[in-house]
Ligand binder design. Structure first.
Ligand code: FE
Length: 309
């Protein structure tokens, strides 16, 4: 991993900041790490080292403003900027400090209509466990559902094949799994990795551009996913699907909604694809009756394709 490292932050739009902060901080179990002059609230998960991974902005429409990927260093950032421009993608720079504790960002729009940015610098705050003879976890910050990290996103929009091409040819991602459309040829959902995660980002076909399907948070174990489901029930968090296993990516999962209607997932990784592994292919039937979405119930839940923000 020397280019794009991981999805490092997502700015989510929430309808009510107090309810949003209660959800992400108190129920999900993130730590609040800052608030800026615009009223945005910054949060991180317990085993993340950088200052924040989720930024909440209050407005009147839910969804995602942008997702930022951390790259190795500043020369890598400059290099990707040149490669994007050479590929014909318009980019612009956002000044350091526009997001708290974050360096310059290079922003562009994907063919799917999403605002994506790259950045190299964010203040390292650590996970509270120490650097020498570290603790395995920090009891001071472990509360609520308590995911390890913000893990990946599924975004809905048009032009999935063009978006796949941009991420693989310019940004160095690998295609890990895909779902083919009714013609049996066109990729309608693609799962892309810049690491050996089953996916760092995924895109699915949708007529409207720029939509968020879900932001996913990694759990330590399947047992912790179930425990997270218990907390969702105790706290009246509306659950969409699960607990179950996705056939696609093999992830163990619960989908649910935040108070603004943004879908989030708690998820245990169950697959580590190396870049030389061939991509796995699912048919449209495979996504539903084949268990691609829900391997236990083997059905295509109606909300999966229709509810986005
Ligand atoms: Fe997911």
């Amino acid at each position: 991993m020397t280019g794009v490292l991981r999805p490092g932050h997502v700015q989510l739009r929430v309808l009510d900041m107090e309810a949003g902060v209660h959800h992400y901080r108190d129920i999900l179990g993130m730590q609040e790490t800052g608030r800026d002059a615009e009223g945005r609230v910054y949060l991180k998960c317990r085993d993340e080292f950088d200052h924040h991974s989720i930024i909440l902005r209050e407005t009147d429409q839910a969804g995602m403003d942008f997702v930022g990927f951390k790259v190795l260093d500043l020369p890598t950032l400059d290099d990707f900027e040149k490669k994007l421009q050479a590929y014909g993608v318009e980019t612009h720079r956002i000044a350091a400090g526009d997001l708290l504790e974050t360096g310059e960002r290079v922003r562009f729009t994907t063919p799917s209509g999403h605002q994506v940015e790259l950045y190299a610098e964010k203040t390292l705050v650590g996970n509270g466990c120490g650097d020498t003879n570290p603790k395995p976890w920090d009891p001071k910050v472990t509360h609520g559902i308590s995911p390890v990290r913000m893990d990946h996103l599924l975004l809905f929009g048009p032009n999935v094949p063009e978006t796949l091409k941009l991420f693989t040819e310019v940004l160095g991602f690998n295609l890990v799994e895909r779902v083919l459309g009714p013609d049996g040829e066109t990729n309608i959902i693609v799962f892309l990795s810049c690491s050996i995660k089953s996916h760092d980002i995924a895109f699915a076909h949708y007529d409207e551009p720029g939509k968020l399907h879900h932001v996913s948070f990694l759990m330590d174990s399947w047992e912790q996913v179930l425990r997270g489901g218990d907390i969702m029930s105790m706290e009246d968090v509306p659950v969409d699907i699960g607990p179950t296993r996705h056939g696609v990516t093999r992830g163990q999962t619960i989908y649910a909604w935040d108070p603004s209607g943004n879908r989030f997932e708690i998820f245990k990784e169950d697959r580590q694809p190396y870049p030389d592994h061939p991509p796995l292919t699912w048919t449209l039937d495979g996504l539903g009756a084949g268990g691609g979405l829900d391997y236990v119930q083997r059905k295509l839940h109606e909300t999966f394709l229709s509810v986005v923000t």
